[in-house]
Design a protein around this ligand. Sequence first.
Ligand SMILES: C[S@@+](CC[C@H](N)C(=O)[O-])C[C@H]1O[C@@H](n2cnc3c(N)ncnc32)[C@H](O)[C@@H]1O
Length: 498
Amino acid sequence: MDFHFSLNDVSPYTKRLTPAHIDYRIWPPLPNESATWHNARIENHVGANQHGCSVMSTDKIRSGEIVIQEYPQIKHLNQSIINYRCSQCFRRNARIYCRTKNCPWDLHFCNKQCEARHWSTGHKWLCHFPELSKYIDMTQDNFQFHTGETPMILKAYFFSAQSRIPSLVSNISKHTASDRKKYREKAQLIAAVLHLIRDDAIDELIEIQGQIRCNTIAIRETNHECGINEHLGKAIYLSASKMNHSCDPNAIAYFGKDPGHDPCLLRVRTSRDIPSKQQVCISYGFLAAKHEQSARKNSLNMLYFFNCKCEACQAGNVENPAAYIYQCQFCPTGRLASGEKYCKACNGRIDWMRIAMIEQKADEYVEEGKILKASKLQEIIYHKSSLNWGEAMDKLGEHYAMKENYDMAAQCIMASLTAVRDTFGATSIETSRELKKLASLIYINLSTELSSLRHIYDNAKNIVKEAIRVYKALGLDEQNGTEFEELRKMQMILVDIA
Ligand SMILES: C[S@@+](CC[C@H](N)C(=O)[O-])C[C@H]1O[C@@H](n2cnc3c(N)ncnc32)[C@H](O)[C@@H]1O
């Protein structure tokens, strides 16, 4: 990456400020945003198979309980939305400018309080340095995205007058040589512009970029009306960042809506019951149910610099449902991964040539929009618990729904729900989506076919009830309020009909 800025460029600016002015002690302390764990605590493990700190349950935790709610210690709004989102609270409709005329950072705020808070927690200081915004942050590549923009690095550097974020891992020795070179270049430029006087400033600024890269959480907001998941920015949560990754996580991190609708408030909820003294883990984006083990390992190594030792990976021999998509040609139970010569259940020799031909023809039909024909072929080759079968049934369900045949559509989504539930578990985001779809279809059916009402009525009641349970267990009742309200209304109407 080119910074378009050399150290020679620094001198005209640094003349304006002496090292004493820029000494780190004048940076305002950041407010302490630490959070409390419920039925869990951070423990420090030392040992061969351990990965530093982790979060352990101190008591039995029930599925759906919130283990932590936390505001970020350091956050940064996505550069592409600074014109309409508040740089302090990330809310929409930001119209107030920074108090400095011609603020080099071009920030917007939703009200004077947000502007004042941003000003007093570092912006007052950054406003003196147009060169930091113009030269260092002008490149918007992936590298910048991962390491954090200059304000984030500086807030971390001056955090509580310490020189790096306390106790966060950086795994710096595992980052690639070329990335470390880029960290050094950026650290040198920052140190030169700010005239940092500490001998170890450069090393600390490098370490911080590693810490940001290994611990930042992307803040997202889902607009449920149009289904868009907007990336608002990134942040460091000092307590939640102690949670390790698992490819089969027992907790989910999300940005819920608190009464004040703070888009940056992070919540972590358990997605199944957790016995006492067990690790509470989230997923950093890779799931055993969805991604193959080698792909997960490679991605985690590349993005976060660790070799995953979660229980799902340790088990090793656990069959990855995502890989076992085919149905044995001879027995109803056999489930096969691509290329396996024999079925483990009946020992039958598999004819892969035939499977490949059927699959290719089915794909052609899908491309031509002949969904019904495609599904007839897919039914022959895909296992009924596989996601491929789930997707096929989803498409067919859509096809019937377009033709207003809601009964058939509901039957297809029921098959898709079975595959998704078998893959991701009964209490999972994926299952909740299928349940919601199915509840809506059965509900429409209920209102359009009053004559055959009885046979679908019980079904509707059970599906809506199950959807409500899953939404509550995963915190989707708050996170996805509009949909939850719809389910609630359906439930009330179903009771009235009875
Ligand atoms: C956000 S931190 C989690 C807390 C960290 N264990 C600590 O001591 O602060 C992420 C780092 O923890 C370690 N880690 C997390 N999950 C892991 C896993 N499943 N296997 C091995 N190391 C893991 C890696 O070093 C990773 O970069």
